[in-house]
Design a protein around this ligand. Structure first.
Ligand code: SAM
Ligand code: SF4
Length: 344
């Protein structure tokens, strides 16, 4: 008889189930807070980034991710900031891909603005990445520049084509922005579905100071959906990802459309995810200020005993849910950290 031997140390053998019975199987890791764009809803133009010395090294990120995989994470998403602007990020992807090969991890994926994809698509595919999310709010080059402040739409479109050519399944994420891309949503959807790509719409979330009011940007997706229903046949799909997205099938295009509605819908009861930042802070809820530091235990000892205990403690404190509000009287974000720090 052969006995399966876990490749991970015993200290990491406890799986992660929080006090509300939710088991954590999905980890999102922000590998950098930096970005080559400045989307106006995400950061201000003169955004201050973290001192480089505060960042975990790629080796430390690998060790941290591997600890979570040992503790039951099956899906790992790299994000940012822009993950593909972190120097040498592909060495991290390459090294994490060993967990795909061993079967410990089911999926390694990333969320990117697409600006650097043309360079990295083939290598991502070679590392076992099968699907990626590309954030793109408009197909109008001038609007794209207005939204991202200095982005080049053609570069992103070329990145998307490179990813498709490399065999990666691409899903487009678009933030619905009042007076900016609201009217373009049907054409964005037609374009994405025409290329066999899903489209997921996101409501603006009140995270971080960005230098202008959020209320001006917010469009409820219930309204977007109602408008789309007048032109398209939308059929609810049962699938859920344990996250805030709900999906419909669009009869006329045959494609999938997702709605991420943190402001209008409560999805917390099925939440299976936690996030870590590039400095090694774990946030167990996107919409709360909860945080625990994993960098200290990671650096304190080369074995993972202390780290595992700190992770367990953090999971034990996972809040039941969030309470996002756009503070109308003071027009302040309800969570002070930026999406680029937590990774969305
Ligand atoms: N730079 C990469 C990108 O843009 O895909 C990854 C990080 S970005 C923070 C992840 C996602 O968060 C993007 O789809 C972006 O549009 C979205 N996002 C950023 N700030 C947001 C906000 N305040 N509300 C809702 N979505 C936001
Ligand atoms: Fe950069 Fe992504 Fe934020 Fe845009 S949404 S500024 S691409 S991190």
């Amino acid at each position: 008889m052969t006995v399966a031997v876990s490749p991970f140390p015993a200290s990491l053998s406890r799986s992660m189930t929080d006090p509300f019975g939710r088991t954590i199987t999905y980890l999102r890791v922000s590998v950098t807070d930096r970005c080559d764009l400045r989307c106006f809803y995400c950061m201000s133009e003169d955004m201050t980034f973290l001192p480089k010395a505060d960042l975990l090294t790629l080796e430390e990120l690998d060790r941290l991710c591997s600890a979570f995989i040992a503790k039951g994470v099956k899906k790992l998403r790299l994000t940012g900031g822009e993950p593909l602007v972190r120097r040498n990020v592909m060495s991290l992807v390459r090294s994490l891909s060993r967990h795909l090969a061993s079967g410990a991890l089911n999926e390694l994926t990333l969320t990117t603005n697409g600006s650097q994809l043309a360079r990295f698509a083939a290598e991502l595919a070679d590392c076992g990445v099968r699907r990626i999310n590309v954030s793109l709010d408009t197909l109008d080059a001038d609007k794209f520049r207005a939204i991202t402040r200095w982005g080049d739409l053609d570069k992103v479109l070329a990145g998307i084509e490179a990813a498709r050519a490399a065999g990666l399944a691409v899903k487009i994420n678009a933030v619905a922005l009042k007076g900016m891309n609201e009217d373009e949503i049907p054409s964005l959807m037609q374009w994405a579905h025409g290329k066999g790509m899903g489209l997921t719409l996101i409501e603006v979330m009140p995270m971080g100071e960005i230098g202008s009011g959020r209320i001006d940007q917010y469009v409820p997706l219930s309204l977007v959906r109602a408008r789309l229903s007048q032109r398209y046949t939308l059929t609810d799909l049962d699938e859920t990802t344990g996250g805030p997205a709900r999906y419909v099938k669009v009869g006329e295009t045959g494609g999938k459309l997702g709605f991420i509605t943190p402001m209008t819908h409560n999805f917390c009861e099925s939440c299976n995810r936690v996030r870590i930042t590039c400095t090694g802070t774990i946030h167990t809820c996107l919409g709360q200020e909860d945080a625990s530091d994993l960098r200290k235990p990671l650096r304190a000892s080369p074995d993972d005993e202390l780290l595992a205990a700190t992770i367990d403690r953090a999971i034990g404190l996972k809040p039941k849910g969030h309470d996002f509000i756009i503070d109308r009287r003071h027009n302040r974000p309800s969570v002070s950290r930026h999406m680029s720090v937590t990774g969305g």
